[in-house]
Design a protein around this ligand. Structure first.
Ligand code: AGP
Length: 606
């Protein structure tokens, strides 16, 4: 994740900005930079690599000015070079950005036609040129920024300076967190409260869609419809603690809301976003000869593997043998020497998964692990790792790690398909762009959160809850049931919808809520038939779908309609509703959401 800091201060700000950026180093980055307004003129210093390189550059150029913005960059568009480091600027505008601008190429083409001269490969630079263009066409700085924001599509956080405007900074949040800090005659902005802790603990967190005009006297916050909105001002305790709950009641809630940002960060590890191309690290197998693989994991990570099985079959033509690690390791799975075994684990310390890895290594397998902790035991013992960049996941119930596992596995499946000649360039571009749109769609779903809270009252009264799904929605049904039972303690079961008539339908009566995960894909009609069978027996149907499918008079207890998306990304989008339903039900039940009874974050014993 990139890091953003901004200060409208009363003394020179360059060094203070670097100190604040240092508190964001935990997010990972590969270049950094600062821009200030000195006597109304925009200045800049940038450097590849770590902040010490930027400090060396600053000691040479000595940026003055009491207003400035800074950035640590994790490369998405363009290589991690000084040229691509933020801030990006014209003579009139400087901008720092976290996230992905999906429609940057079309905006860039228009700007080049207008005469803009670009100096970087980044998507970010189009923001500086677009605002500059509007100012040159007569718009005020604020109007120019407002117009630019309305044209951007994607998930992003921004901080913008305008030449000659030393008491002005414009910031925006769409999918990537941003906090405003209030000082004595000074105003601050940062990717999180941790960055602002040296300056203030009086914070406002922007919500998705918010943008704000900052001056030394404070901030005017507006929503997407330009209505002035009031967001709560709170005291934060973020000090040296590198992880805090932000403006959320629980770590789980914060981690659910971090998903647009960490999914885009993880995606940018395995894809060249600008080229819409998968970029995989070297794998310890001859991919052309690869015709099958085994997958082993536990819990939520296992459900990620179940979804990946569909993708490996569909996009890479690979046969997949998958099992939960505690069973896999005691079976006698025929393992072809030199074959590929894949392991999925947030912690990288789960005893059963680690034992399965060691079993496979002893059987001559090449081992690749999808892990969130790069220095974990599994990471160290694997032949190769694919690291998810979810950041620290504190809540026992896995959320952001799950969707980061999914985006990693999707990139792996597509990448293997490309290398095996099963996916041509157009299809690769289509699939990668579908993944690029995920943060934006996730952000839209998160903005629907209040619709879910009403449904939780239905679930909270239940003794048993059934989750149904087909295809890649089936493991999401399993994951939804696991989320609900592990944090609310309500019994829940996930089932393949097609299995209903083979037993579970005996459970159905008016006391049993059934959560149906049903994207509008080629399986929807069959799932619709299952819903009719359930309704006929009085079951309370809670339908999660992504388009206004005809319900043909079906009686629903509730329905949530998500934004329509590419079939590849349905599991990533539908993961959020089942997470949110479980979270709000548990909050309603009054359980310990972050530390549910009997559970540990990492099961390091068998
Ligand atoms: C998921 O919400 C649970 N906390 C649990 O099932 C977890 O996914 C499982 O223990 C695997 O953990 P790992 O990903 O760290 O290996």
């Amino acid at each position: 994740m990139c890091g953003i800091v901004g200060i409208i201060g009363t003394k020179p700000v360059a060094d203070a900005i670097v100190e604040a950026l240092r508190r964001l180093e935990y997010r990972g980055y590969d270049s950094a930079g600062v821009s200030t307004l000195e006597n109304g003129r925009l200045t800049r210093a940038r450097a590849e690599g770590k902040l010490r390189n930027l400090e060396a550059r600053l000691s040479e150029v000595q940026l003055g000015g009491h207003t400035g913005i800074g950035h640590t960059r994790w490369a998405t568009h363009g290589a991690p070079t000084e040229q691509n480091a933020h801030p990006h600027m014209t003579s009139k505008v400087a901008v720092v950005h976290n996230g992905i601008i999906e429609n940057f190429q079309e905006l860039k083409d228009d700007l080049v036609a207008y005469g803009a001269v670009f100096s970087s490969e980044t998507d970010t630079e189009i923001i500086a040129h677009l605002i500059t263009r509007y100012i040159e066409e007569g718009a005020t700085p604020i109007d120019a920024a407002r117009r630019c924001l309305k044209e951007l599509s994607g998930a992003f956080a921004l901080a913008i300076l305008i030449e000659g405007q030393e008491n002005l900074m414009i910031v925006a949040r769409q999918g990537s967190p941003l906090a405003i800090g209030y000082g004595d005659g000074e105003t601050f902005v940062g990717s999180d409260a941790i960055a602002l802790a040296p300056f203030t603990n009086t914070i406002t967190y922007l919500e998705d869609g918010d943008w704000a005009v900052l001056t030394r006297d404070g901030a005017e916050i507006r929503d997407l419809e330009d209505r002035i909105v009031n967001r709560p001002v709170q005291k934060t305790i973020a000090t040296t603690l590198l992880v805090d709950k932000g403006n959320h009641r629980h770590f789980m809630a914060k981690e659910i809301h971090e998903q647009p940002e960490v999914v885009s960060h993880t995606l940018s590890s395995f894809a060249d976003i600008a080229e819409a191309r998968i970029v995989l690290p070297d794998l310890p197998v001859d991919i052309e000869k690869l015709d099958r693989l085994t997958i082993s994991a536990c819990g939520t990570a296992y459900y990620a593997g179940l979804i990946a099985k569909y993708w490996f079959e569909t996009y890479a033509g690979l046969g997949v043998e998958i099992d939960i690690a505690s069973e896999f390791r005691y079976r006698n799975v025929p393992l072809k020497s030199g074959g590929l075994s894949l392991f999925i684990s947030q912690s990288g310390e789960t005893a059963d998964t680690l034992a399965a890895l060691r079993h496979c290594k002893a059987s001559g397998q090449k081992t690749v692990s999808v892990v969130n902790v790069p220095q974990s035991t599994m990471a160290r013992e694997s032949d190769a790792i694919l690291q998810t960049l979810a950041g620290p996941e504190i809540g026992v119930a896995s959320t952001k790690a799950f969707t980061c596992q999914l985006v990693t596995l999707a990139c792996l499946a597509i990448g293997l398909g490309v290398k095996k000649g099963l996916i041509d360039r157009d299809r690769e571009r289509e699939l990668v762009n579908a993944l690029v749109s995920v943060p934006r769609h996730m952000s839209h779903v998160l903005q629907m959160e209040d619709q879910f809270e009403d449904i939780c009252h239905i679930l909270s009264k239940a003794r048993d809850v059934l989750y149904l799904g087909r295809g890649t929605a089936f493991p999401i049904a399993l994951e939804g049931a696991l989320k609900l039972k592990e944090i609310s303690y309500i019994h829940a079961e996930g089932y393949a919808a097609g299995e209903l008539k083979h037993g579970p339908i005996a459970l159905i009566d008016e006391n049993v809520p059934i959560v149906v995960v049903a994207p509008g894909d080629e399986l929807y009609e069959k799932t619709h038939s299952n819903m009719q069978e359930v309704a006929a027996r009085g079951g309370q149907i809670i339908l999660l779908t992504d388009q206004d499918m005809e319900q043909n008079g079906l009686e629903l207890a509730a329905k949530i309609t998500l934004p329509p998306t590419h079939p590849l990304v349905h599991p990533l989008i539908f993961a959020l509703p089942v997470q949110i339903l479980a979270y709000h039900t548990a909050v309603f039940m009054g359980t310990d959401v972050d530390q549910p009874r009997n559970l540990a974050k990492s099961v390091t014993v068998e």
